[in-house]
Structure formats: C-alpha cells, structure tokens
Design a protein around this ligand. Structure first.
Ligand code: ADP
Length: 311
C-alpha cells in the first residue's frame, strides 16, 4: 500500500506536488499518469524518502520510508535506470544490493532469470542498452522480494517485446498481492497494464479511478454515420440537441446523442443510413482531454522542457 495525504512539495518558486492524496492498493497495478513536469517523479521520490515533503505525508507499507527497518524487503524502486555504477557488472551490482540486506546470493540468479538478464550477468552496467538497464533496474527492485514496487517510467527504452514482457511481469506481481505503482506520461503504455489509474497535472489530482470507469466516464458518446442526405440528417440531429461535424474520413460524426437514438431518428424521418457506427474516443484522446490545460507550458528553456521535447 502507498498512501499520500495532502502531499505537497515546493521548490523555490515552483509547486511540484500540490495537496495530492491517493492510495495505491495491494493486488493492483496502479498507473500514475501525467504529462511531463506533472510531478510524478517528485511524488515517487517523496514516497522513497529521497526528498522531504513541504507538507502532508506519504507512507509505504504503512510507514514513512525512512522508518522501514529493511527497506529493500518492503519496497522495490526503479527511478533512474542509468543510476548504476557503470564499471560494475550486472551481477556485482545485484550482489552488492543483496549483501546490504542480508539477502542470499542465490536470489541474484533468481532475479536475473526473472528479468531475462542471465546472459548479460558479467557485462558492465555502462555497456548496457537502455532496455537492458531498465531490466537491471527491475531486477534490483525485485531483489528483496518486496510487497510494494515503485517504478518511474519503466517502459522507457524497451522495445515492443520488452513492453509485452514488462506488462506480463507487472500483472503477475500484482496478482501475487503486491502493490505495483508505475508512472508514465503515455496513456497507451498504461491502458493494457494498469487496473487503476491516478492522473495528475501540475501536481494536482485530476482522476483516481478504475481504468474501465475512467474510459467510460470520459469518453463522449459518439457515432459515425453515412447517409446520402447529409444536410437533412444534420439539421434533424441538431434539432434534437446533437453536435454534428464532418468526420475527416467522410460521413458525419455525432456526439451528444446515443447511437440508438440516431438510428431511430433516421428511421422516423425516412432517411437512409449507409453506416451507423458507435465510436469510443481513444484513450489518448481522453487523456489529452483530462490533462489538457494541465500540460506544462513549453518555451521557457528549462531542463523539463527539453525532456518533454525529447520524448
Ligand atoms: P514528472 O515526473 O511528472 O515529469 P517531476 O516530478 O520531474 O515531473 O517535476 C515536477 C515539477 O517540479 C517540474 O516543474 C520540475 O521542473 C520541478 N522539479 C522537480 N525536481 C526539482 C528540483 N530538484 N528542483 C526544482 N524543481 C524541481
């Protein structure tokens, strides 16, 4: 369990996290979504005791991170895959972590196997691709067999096979009863992985809900229709309160009226329909609609802006 209550972090002149409250529960993959600069990394750093909140609290496994007696056994984290001593081999790095917590060396082989890095065990960290470094970071997070996992943009740098792999891994870790909390600035990365979703923008909570509810609540009823009499159809629909606009791929796009009502209206007025298709906004559309005005403004030349342009 991860619990944030009125969590706030201010840096000189800038509020990175603003009165944020949420709970990430065991047994679920909770996606933490927000545009770049929204405050996701800061929230995770606060949860991991790497920074102190200006106000509010965040606990993992019921305690402040700093008060956990053996943190690696409670919480596994991947914040920055490149934050590994480059001269050390993959195995040495993991062995070092294991020793610091009295974890037996055989656990290193188990986690190497779990992330598919056995063949790279003797390679130096500096020579790993970003995708392999991400796998090493996940191996390190798993070493203490923790009940809580906190992963900052773990999909970054993984290829399509790697993305499928991490999805399966995270779901199976959650199904074992762990709390899996992962951030992303891309809705598409979370839609197939997360059961729950917490959306933030400019440090504030925008949504905290079941993934399916989120999609249903935010997707407007929309219908694509084709008719040989578009002007009459359009006038009729508008008279009944629908919003009608031409679809870029042809036909009319109707919102504000259920698909069944659109079909019934056409029949009542003797209008021919050549297509009547209910459409759901894509997750990416929904995300943009929810975070729209919460996106960081570009152009001030800060490091965050650069990061945003890169991704
Ligand atoms: P995200 O992970 O969602 O991209 P961050 O948590 O990295 O967002 O950043 C949130 C905001 O806080 C950004 O505007 C960022 O510039 C600012 N910020 C983050 N860390 C620091 C810091 N150490 N000093 C000053 N500002 C910071």
């Amino acid at each position: 369990m991860i619990e944030a209550r009125n969590l706030t972090k201010r840096y000189a002149g800038r509020t990175a996290v603003d009165g944020l409250s949420f709970t990430a529960r065991p047994g679920s993959v909770t996606g933490f979504l927000g545009p770049n600069g929204a405050g996701k990394s800061t929230t995770m750093r606060l949860a991991l005791g790497l920074d102190a909140p200006t106000a509010g609290t965040v606990t993992v496994a019921g305690r402040h991170y700093g008060r956990l007696p053996a943190p690696l056994r409670e919480v596994g984290a991947l914040l920055d895959a490149r934050a590994v001593h480059g001269g050390r081999t993959v195995r040495r790095h993991l062995l070092g972590l294991a020793r610091s917590h009295g974890i037996p060396a055989r656990r290193v082989d188990e986690v190497l196997d779990a992330v598919g890095l056995e063949a790279a065990a003797d390679r130096r960290a500096a020579g790993l691709s970003l995708g392999m470094a991400q796998r090493l970071g996940i191996a390190a997070a798993l070493i203490g067999d923790p009940g809580v996992l906190i992963l900052d943009e773990p999909v970054n740098g993984l290829d399509a096979e790697g993305i499928r792999w991490i999805r399966t891994l995270l779901k199976s870790l959650a199904s074992e009863g762990r709390t899996v909390f992962l951030s992303s600035h891309l809705m598409s990365e979370l839609e197939l992985t997360a059961d729950r979703i917490i959306v933030i923008g400019r440090g504030r909570l925008l949504a905290d809900t079941d993934m399916r509810d989120f999609i249903e609540r935010h997707s407007p009823d929309s219908t694509l229709l084709r008719t040989p009499e578009p002007s009459r159809m359009r006038a009729l629909l508008e008279d009944h309160g629908a919003v009608v606009r031409p679809d870029p791929h042809g036909g009319l796009r109707v919102t504000g009226l259920a698909t069944t009502a659109v079909g019934d209206l056409a029949r009542e007025h003797g209008l021919a329909l050549h297509e009547l298709t209910p459409r759901r906004a894509s997750l990416e559309d929904i995300y943009t609609a929810v975070t729209g005005d919460a996106v960081e403004y570009r152009g001030s030349g800060t490091a965050e802006d650069d990061k945003e342009t890169e991704r």
